[in-house]
Design a protein around this ligand. Structure first.
Ligand SMILES: C[S@@+](CC[C@H](N)C(=O)[O-])C[C@H]1O[C@@H](n2cnc3c(N)ncnc32)[C@H](O)[C@@H]1O
Length: 393
């Protein structure tokens, strides 16, 4: 189905609703679990059109394709409804489930900008939620998706501009402002509604999802910023109002649920690199918790401004990737291919922090045939350009 990014369109809603009719359900049932992303889609489409209305087949195929893609975010994707923009912007289940318990003890929550309901399905598991969105298609999908997760009886939906949403009597608000409109992506730092509007909401307990690049001074004093990574991918920042805040800044790593808070403490020493290099999760760096991590594991810094840490023994921490150093020396690009060959390196990933360079061009200069898979770290040690050749411990 060709769809607008966010333009409220009731005629689009009718097309999605048709997927709930007996015929729509029959087609979706036949497509369930099928891969419709490749050439198979053509063959399936032709075959289905012999038995069902062509428009309905096209819409069902589009929905199955989104369900297939959304399986990376939702365990019940096969029973959910998505628009492309709604799926792309939706919070993944693992993130939404981590976030929802912060609202423990609240019985009535208003969710502003609920989209297709990625957060809603987790928020409504333990409380009543009024879900508000301007887009009737997203709102309808949020209802269907709440049903897919068995929480529909806790959900009421309201089609409205968030500025007109009734907040009287709400214990808490969660808002995930749009970072794109029907005309495309908004500029970095912009959202609809804007962050300033969200932080001024007249409710004490507020959570705001934001882009992971959110600067620390973008929220008022007393608010917490939580930076969330899933595996090594930094996904988002969440701003928690003082009534929900538990720290100044926090790094959260999912799916494990490990969290690290940025605390004030003794300065971490800067020393020459040891046998192991630690590459902190981007959530840890964004939260400003690198020094806290160093203090916890007894690591030191290799440069005042670079977020790599070092230790002399292998460390098992969820907050950083540990690399064993095979070679450590001042950066010398010319001698690098020979060095890698002498270390029996066959393939190399490049990790760059604090040192400029064209990674693709660099890759092309290596003609490697060794047996080791290595990580080449381009960085700075005590402000001097430095290279490490590392392997997994
Ligand atoms: C980022 S998405 C929400 C995603 C959602 N948290 C999820 O996990 O599925 C933002 C939503 O805000 C809605 N929106 C944007 N501006 C709005 C406004 N002024 N009033 C109500 N909804 C709005 C869009 O229609 C879109 O569905």
């Amino acid at each position: 189905m060709t769809e607008p990014e966010h333009a409220p369109a009731d005629e689009d809603l009718d097309r999605y609703r048709a997927l709930l009719t007996p015929e729509g359900q029959a087609i979706l049932g036949e497509l369930r679990g099928r891969d419709v992303t490749g050439a198979e889609a053509l063959r399936l489409g032709t075959e289905l059109r012999r038995r069902y209305p062509a428009g309905l087949v096209v819409d069902a195929l589009g929905q199955q394709e989104l369900r297939q893609r959304a399986a990376a975010k939702f365990t019940r994707a096969a029973d959910m409804f998505f628009t492309r923009a709604g799926w792309e912007q939706a919070s993944a289940e693992v993130v939404a489930r981590h976030r929802a318990p912060r609202f423990a003890g609240t019985s009535t929550l208003v969710e502003l900008c609920c989209g297709i309901g990625g957060d809603l399905v987790a928020l409504a598991a333990d409380r009543h939620v009024l879900a508000v969105d301007l887009d009737p298609v997203h709102l309808w999908m949020a209802e269907q998706n709440a049903r897919a997760y068995g929480v529909a009886e806790n959900v009421r939906t309201l089609r409205a501009d968030v500025r007109d949403a009734p907040l009287a009597g709400a214990d808490a608000v969660f808002v995930d402002p749009a970072r794109r409109t029907g005309r495309g992506r908004l500029r970095t730092g912009e959202s609809e509604p804007p962050l300033d509007w969200c932080t001024a909401l007249p409710v004490e307990k507020v959570g705001i999802k934001a882009a992971p690049g959110l600067p620390h001074d973008a929220v008022p004093a007393g608010w917490e910023l939580e930076f969330v990574a899933v595996d090594r991918d930094l996904k988002e920042a969440v701003a928690w109002s003082p009534a929900l805040a538990t720290a100044r800044a926090r790094a959260t790593l999912l799916p494990g649920g490990h969290t690290l808070v940025a605390l004030d403490g003794d300065a971490v020493a800067v020393r020459a690199p040891g046998e192991y290099l630690l590459d902190p999760s981007p959530a840890v760096t964004r939260a400003g918790a690198v020094e806290e991590l160093a203090r916890r594991i007894g690591a030191w810094k290799i440069d005042d401004r670079i977020a790599f840490l070092s230790v002399d023994r292998p460390v098992d921490t969820p907050f950083a990737r540990t690399l064993r150093v095979l070679d450590s020396r001042p950066w010398n690009q010319k001698k690098l291919p020979a060095l890698l060959r002498s270390l029996d390196v066959g393939s190399v990933d490049i990790r760059r922090r604090g040192l400029a360079g064209d990674v693709d061009a660099l890759h092309r200069t290596f003609k490697l045939s060794g047996s080791l898979r290595a990580t080449l770290v381009m960085t700075r040690v005590d402000d001097a350009p430095w290279g490490f050749v590392c392997v997994e411990p």
